[in-house]
Ligand binder design. Structure first.
Ligand code: PNS
Length: 161
C-alpha cells in the first residue's frame, strides 16, 4: 500500500475529479485529496465549502482523506511521506503543462513522482470552470457534479447570477 496525493483547486469537485479519485485510491490504497490554499485565483467556493463538498462526495471511498495545503506541493508531499502525486490528463495541452510541473516537483523532491491518469473520454470536456459557467447561468448540473453535492452546488451557483 502506498500514499498518493491528488492536489487541485476543486472549485467545485466534478465527476471527472471523482473518477480520478476512485482510480487513484484503488491503485495506491491511500489517497489524500489536497485543496490548494494559496491560489492566485479567487475561488467561488470558500475553502471550508470545497473541503466539505469533497468530504461528502468521497465519504464512501475507502482510503481517501481530504485536507488543505499551502506552499509548494513537493514540500507538502515530503511532509506527508507521499510517494506520488496524481493528476488527471484530458488532452495534449494538459500533458504539456503537467509535465513541466511534474519535472519541477521532482527537482524539488526527488523522492516523489507524478502519476498521470488519462481522463475517461466521457469526462474529457468537463472542468470546474465549465461547471461554474453552466451553474451560474441556471443550467442543470446533474451528471457533472457528484449527486451527493448536486443541490448545494446548484443553489450556490444559481444565486450568484
Ligand atoms: O486544479 P488545479 O488548479 O489544476 O491544480 C493546480 C495545482 C494545485 C496542482 C498547482 O497549482 C500546484 O501544485 N500548486 C502548488 C504550488 C506549487 O507547488 N507550485 C510549483 C509547481 S511546479
Amino acid at each position: 500500500m502506498s500514499l498518493w496525493i491528488y492536489p487541485g483547486s476543486f472549485d467545485p469537485v466534478t465527476v471527472g475529479h471523482m473518477n480520478i479519485i476512485e482510480r487513484a485510491a484503488s491503485l495506491s490504497g491511500r489517497l489524500i485529496v489536497a485543496v490548494l490554499r494559496n491560489t492566485g485565483r479567487s475561488p467561488i467556493f470558500t475553502m471550508e465549502e470545497r473541503l466539505e463538498l469533497l468530504r461528502l462526495a468521497t465519504s464512501g471511498i475507502p482510503g481517501v482523506t481530504v485536507e488543505s495545503f499551502g506552499g509548494l506541493l513537493a514540500e507538502y508531499a515530503r511532509l506527508r511521506g507521499a510517494s506520488a502525486v496524481v493528476r488527471g490528463v484530458r488532452r495534449a495541452s494538459d500533458y504539456e503543462y503537467e509535465t513541466q510541473m511534474a519535472l519541477m516537483n521532482r527537482r524539488i523532491n526527488p523522492g516523489m513522482d507524478t502519476i498521470f491518469l488519462p481522463a475517461e473520454p466521457a469526462y474529457a470536456p468537463l472542468s470546474s470552470t465549465v461547471v461554474r459557467d453552466v451553474g451560474m447561468l441556471g443550467g442543470d448540473l446533474t451528471g457533472l457534479v457528484p449527486d451527493a453535492i448536486l443541490d448545494r452546488v446548484q443553489k450556490k451557483l444559481r444565486a450568484m447570477n
